[in-house]
Design a protein around this ligand. Sequence first.
Ligand SMILES: *Cc1c(COP(=O)(O)O)cnc(C)c1O
Length: 387
Amino acid sequence: MAKSIENMKFATKAIHAGQEPDPTTGAIMTPIYQTSTFVQASPGNNKGYAYARGKNPTRTALEKNIAALENAKHTLCFSSGMGAIDAVIKTLRPGDEVVTGDDLYGGTYRMYTKVFEGFGIRFHFVNLSDANNIRKYINEKTRLIWVETPTNPMMNIVDIAACAAIAKEHKVTLAVDNTFASPYLQNPLDLGADLVMHSVTKYLGGHSDVIMGALCTNDDALHEKLAFIHNSCGATPGPMDSFLVMRGIKTLHLRMERHCSNGKAVAHFLKGHPRVDKVYWPGFPEHPNHDIAKKQMKDFGGMISFTLKGNKLEDAFRLASSTKLFSLAESLGGVESLIGHPATMTHASIPKAEREHAGVVDSLLRLSVGVEDEQDLIDDLKQALNA
Ligand SMILES: *Cc1c(COP(=O)(O)O)cnc(C)c1O
C-alpha cells in the first residue's frame, strides 16, 4: 500500500499535504475560493461548506497542510497570531489561572494583562529557563501553561518535554507558541505539548505579505472547543491569504535551511567583532540552555540578538540606521533580513527597569537573518558597525 503524504518526510509534506489537483479542472494549485457562501441543493444538503466564516476550501487545504507539518490531527487558521491566542484564552473561565513565561512576545503579554485580566483570568509570569519554576505557581485553579521557545528577543530556550511532564502530572493543558522555531525546527506535540500556536505571519508565510495565526492539536475535545470559538468569534482568515501561505510553505524547508546557515555565519561574525559585547543565539555551546536546544530543535534558526560594548543607545540607533540589506522593521521570518531595536520598538511598553532586568538593554539589537547571500549580509553588518 502506498504511504500517505502525512507519513512522508517534511519536505514532501510541505509541498503536498492537504492539497489535491482541483477536481473540476485539474489545476495543480488549490484555487482561491473567493466566496462568502455556498449553494445548497436543499436546506442543509451541502458539500461540507455552508458559509465561509466557518469553513472555506482554500483554508481547509492550508489547515491540513500545517497539521501535517506539526504532526497534528487538527489545525485551525486564524486571521492573526493574536486571534489564535485570543481563542485559546477564551476556553478559560473567570477564576482560572495560567502559568507562563516572563519574557513573552509583547503582544501576548499585553493581551493577557490588558484584556484578559479584566475578565478575571489570572496570569503568573515566571522565569522558565528552569521548567521546575512552574511548580511553584501551579494550584487547583491552573488550567493552562503557555510557553514560548526560543523567546523574543533574548533567545532563551524552554525545555518543552520537561514542561509537558509537569502539565501531565497536574492535568493542565500545555500550549507552545512555536513561531520562532517554525515546524521545521521543532514539533512541540511530539514532545508532549497539547497545543501548538503559530504566528503564521512569520516563517510559515515567509514572504512578509500576510498576517495569520494557527492552532494545532491532537486532542479532539480541545479542538472542538477551539473550533466553536473560531466560528463563533470569527477571527478567520480569507482565501487569498490562505493561498499565499500555502505557496509560502512550499519552500519552508529550503528557506529554513538557509536561515539557519546564514544565522550561524552571522552569529559567529558578531561574536568575533571588537565592538560587539554579547551575542544571544542558542547554537553557541555556552548558551545557558544549548543542550536543551540541541535536544528539541533540528537546528538553531536565524534569530540573533546582540549588544554593543559601552551599551549606548545612540550607537545602537546609528547601527540600526546604517545597515543597507538589514531593513529596520518589526516582524521576522521573511526572506529579507530585518534589524530591530527591542527597547524602543517591540518592548517599548515595558518599564525600563523591568526590560533591563530581562536583558533588553539600550544597545540590544535583534536580527531576523534572511536568505540573502551570507557574505553580503556579513559585509553589511561590518560596514554598519564601522559607521
Ligand atoms: C508575531 C508574533 C505573535 C503575534 O502574531 P501576529 O500574527 O502578529 O498576530 C505571537 N507570538 C510571537 C512569538 C510572534 O513573533
